[in-house]
Design a protein around this ligand. Sequence first.
Ligand SMILES: Nc1ncnc2c1ncn2[C@@H]1O[C@H](COP(=O)(O)OP(=O)(O)O)[C@@H](O)[C@H]1O
Ligand SMILES: [Mg+2]
Length: 255
Amino acid sequence: MSEPVVLQAEGLAKAFGGVKAVDGVSFKVEAGRLLALIGPNGAGKTTCFNMLNGQLKPDAGRVTLGGRDITGLAPREVWALGVGRTFQITATFASMTVRENVQMALLSHHGQAWRLFGRAREAHMSEANRLLEQVGMLAQAERACGVLAYGDLKRVELAVALANAPKLLLMDEPTAGMAPRERIALMELTARIAREQGIAVLFTEHDMDVVFAHADRIIVLDRGRLIADGKAEDVRANPAVQAVYLGAGSTFGAH
Ligand SMILES: Nc1ncnc2c1ncn2[C@@H]1O[C@H](COP(=O)(O)OP(=O)(O)O)[C@@H](O)[C@H]1O
Ligand SMILES: [Mg+2]
């Protein structure tokens, strides 16, 4: 059975000076599915993300979320419509506890002022605990984020993103800086939560083992253009994709 389309990008384009960073890119992501966006450095992956979440206005093309046109909306508006993002640079407050970070995110999601937080330590306590349980961080709820291991911090970030009840999660290199085992664990967790909750996920990732293990579909960018879109085995066998990766000096899953 096919799942409803959550995100649709049609003919997205963005140039910087003379460089066509993204050049007529179209794709879609369905509810509960993980779509990997791969391609060499400079292929236009981050620029794509930035157009999807409102940080960059496309020169051309359209972005729809659940059928609604969100092209050119501000990041805050896109976020409020249910597009979550996890960052390469960590998005938690180091001096606050794990639970407080999630409570802050919940306050924000429910449209409550952050200044209430000081008076309302109990705010959204049970919802925060539920989210921490989902990402396996409940036992560390009282610890300051600043003292956490990197992989644990990434799981808190995931809980913070989930606090917004996203329809779509954008993850640009979520596992950067993590050890291979931690990477697999984080993406396994993300995949399980996405499938259980029907969240669409678009992610970039350098480790092809992680991509092939967790993506339902893969799209490949090269110099701003989409050169492949399909299931792992089709993309792996695609000569154009192989040429790009061999040319860049790396191979698929060969390590
Ligand atoms: N703000 C910017 N100003 C000028 N050029 C940019 C900017 N952002 C990205 N680029 C250029 O656009 C291209 C795509 O970059 P990017 O989207 O970051 O690729 P990726 O994330 O796939 O590595 C590169 O040539 C990059 O140098
Ligand atoms: Mg990038």
